[in-house]
Design a protein around this ligand. Structure first.
Ligand SMILES: [Fe+2]
Length: 394
């Protein structure tokens, strides 16, 4: 073909073909066809055909390579011991491995091309959705949550959402990797429950030695938690306060019973022995590493805001917030409960005493939170929400 068009071009370069045409009125029209131009067109047309074939070949090769790398990626995803889903910006699932079906009980076809939250969520984007955060921030996001499988089993899952950023900086999809953390979470919960029950058993032991106070530690915990909630403290701090309140008098185990339950006034020496319970409690718990913070709170629960407390005479914010809360809860519970050496004070009288200690014995902010808590509690009781119940410390 190249040879033919070459010959044509050569001929055309030498000869212009003259052609006569008789038109309808009988006159002659003469046309000159330049064969060189025709030859050039032929070459161009042949080249275009060749280029199209080459383009098609390259495109087919590229498609084959893409298919192979896609299959290789899927084989890789199938090797992973966790669920993997690629989710686009509309929360539509575009790719999954077979672990998704095994973990959730939903068939792969039921998941692919569906919005993830219609299967696993509440029908809208889940609260704290790591995919949504990864799309918004372009950074890896993590989350732990509980969800139900297709057959109604409860699952605890650990999600990691990895944004897949293209060369031009767009986030095309998010790769969500999900581990089944049900067993781990169940064990953690069981351990936590065992820890709390052990602490409560210790609190009962502490309270049982002080015959007059009965459930003092539990009552202090309830009041301290009420104050903490008024102050909008986070859940982990509330949990520390709860444990510290239950164990705040653990050091009294080291105080002889005849001093602890002495009906009359204590001598200076006896009072000094009682005061040691803050340090004994601290030293007992400080050796348990996870309880080091709790031990510090217990050490300071008899410190006073103006520095007149014990054992170290710390003042103001030198005293940990949890200890300032314990101080308020401890004093209020003590004066509103019967003691072997005096009867319980009435609630209005106790509140008056507490107000008097604002800024001297007690942190003003903590005392205000305490008063708000007590006021709220009285309001709820007056409204009959807790009809028939008796408040701790009342
Ligand atoms: Fe105490």
């Amino acid at each position: 073909m190249y040879l033919l068009t070459g010959v044509l071009a050569f001929v055309a370069a030498v000869f212009n073909v003259v052609h006569e045409l008789r038109i309808h009125d009988g006159s002659l029209a003469v046309t000159v066809v330049n064969l060189a131009a025709l030859g050039g067109l032929g070459v161009a047309a042949w080249r275009a055909v060749g280029e199209r074939r080459e383009y098609r070949r390259q495109r087919e090769a590229a498609v084959a390579r893409a298919r192979e790398s896609d299959a290789a990626l899927q084989r890789l995803l199938e090797q992973l011991p966790c669920s993997v889903a690629a989710i686009d910006h509309t929360f539509t699932v575009r790719r999954v491995n077979s672990q998704v079906a095994l973990m959730t009980g939903f068939a792969t076809e039921a998941v692919l091309d569906h919005k993830c939250f219609t299967l696993f969520g509440p029908g809208r984007v889940c609260d704290g959705c790591p995919v949504e955060r990864a799309l918004a921030t372009g950074r890896v996001q993590q989350n732990v949550k509980q969800e139900k499988t297709a057959d109604g089993r409860e699952l605890f899952i650990e999600q990691t959402a990895i944004p897949m950023v293209s060369e031009d900086g767009d986030i095309r999809q998010v790769l969500e990797i999900v581990f089944d953390a049900t067993r781990k979470t169940t064990l953690e919960r069981e351990n936590r429950a065992m820890f709390v029950q052990t602490v409560e058993a210790l609190a009962n032991l502490i309270d049982s030695r002080d015959t007059a106070t009965g459930r003092h530690s539990v009552a202090v915990r309830d009041i301290a938690l009420g104050i903490g909630r008024e102050l909008s403290l986070p859940a982990d701090v509330l949990e520390e306060i709860s444990i510290a309140a239950l164990l705040h008098d653990i050091g009294k185990i080291g105080v002889p019973e005849d001093i602890l339950n002495k009906p009359g006034r204590l001598t200076e020496e006896e009072y000094a022995v009682i005061r040691r319970h803050a340090e004994i409690g601290h030293n007992t718990l400080a050796v348990v590493k996870p309880l080091a913070k709790i031990a510090a709170y217990i050490l300071a629960h008899h410190e006073r805001f103006d520095g007149s407390g014990y054992p170290h005479g710390r003042r103001g914010e030198e005293i940990p917030l949890a200890a300032r809360i314990l101080c308020v809860a401890d004093v209020y519970e003590a004066i509103t409960a019967d003691r072997i050496y005096r009867p319980a004070m009435s609630v209005p009288e106790a509140e008056r005493i507490m107000r008097e200690g604002r800024g001297s014995m007690f942190d003003p902010a903590v005392l205000d939170a305490f008063l708000a808590h007590v006021g709220r509690r009285s309001g709820e009781a007056a409204a009959g929400r807790f009809a028939g119940t008796r408040w701790q410390g009342e």
